[in-house]
Ligand binder design. Sequence first.
Ligand code: DHB
Ligand code: FE
Length: 284
Amino acid sequence: MAKITASVYTSHVPAIGAALDLGKNNEPYWQPVFKGYEYSKQWMKDNQPDVIFLVYNDHATAFSLDMIPTFAIGTAAEFEPADEGWGPRPVPKVIGHPELAAHIAQSVIQQDFDLTIVNKMDVDHGLTVPLSLMCGQPEAWPCPVIPFAVNVVQYPVPSGQRCFNLGKAIRKAIESFDKPLNVQIWGTGGMSHQLQGPRAGLINKEFDNAFLDKLIADPAAAAAIPHIDFVREAGSEGIELVMWLIARGAMADVAGGPAPKLMHRFYHVPASNTAVGHLILENQ
Ligand code: DHB
Ligand code: FE
């Protein structure tokens, strides 16, 4: 059967992608950001998954106000990097895993979560920047990726509790797939940031680090944070953190298994307008 080996959590700042694509990663501003992912790139090489289930948000790129799925699973064979206004990032196309994605859709919908099935979509920085941070600049991404898009842009957005419960259903779905695949689940976006209005530029290190502590050791407490607290404490775009709860809800301890092992923790401010946070948790 397939199994979830680890979960990865990381911010997705678009300027990080631009810094890499334009060769600016050694500039003093960016060096400390990329240094925090050196361990992670080696860890990826040493713990190569068969598939990554990548929870991210689309930023009005593939979806617009015309259509706003709360939870959308990418079931296509491939996904092109999106043009976000400056041309698509020069990164490899994303190869999907239609068979596992269709199985997850079947299982999760039958567990009463109404996913939107997406057979064609482009993927923006929300998905490609985490891949770049974890994998560097390869000719091809190291494995197939199932994109799982969450609406955290247009209200109403799903609660952290709903996301955490969805993670539990995704775990059951993956672990009932009848092939011996090692699957990683990634939760991306966050940490504190606000891009608009009078509080633009807001960063809250205390909230971010308390969230990391809770996510590691007491994920049920992290899941109980109401969405208004994310917005008040972590800024309007800090709500992206609910996506981390999907990945955390899919870990073994939430289903009664052993606690995961913390392999890596990193936090850095600033990166563009965002606090960058990053964790790697391995199932034991
Ligand atoms: C920034 C952060 C984001 O999460 C995003 O989607 C766009 C921009 C930023 O910090 O500039
Ligand atoms: Fe974002």
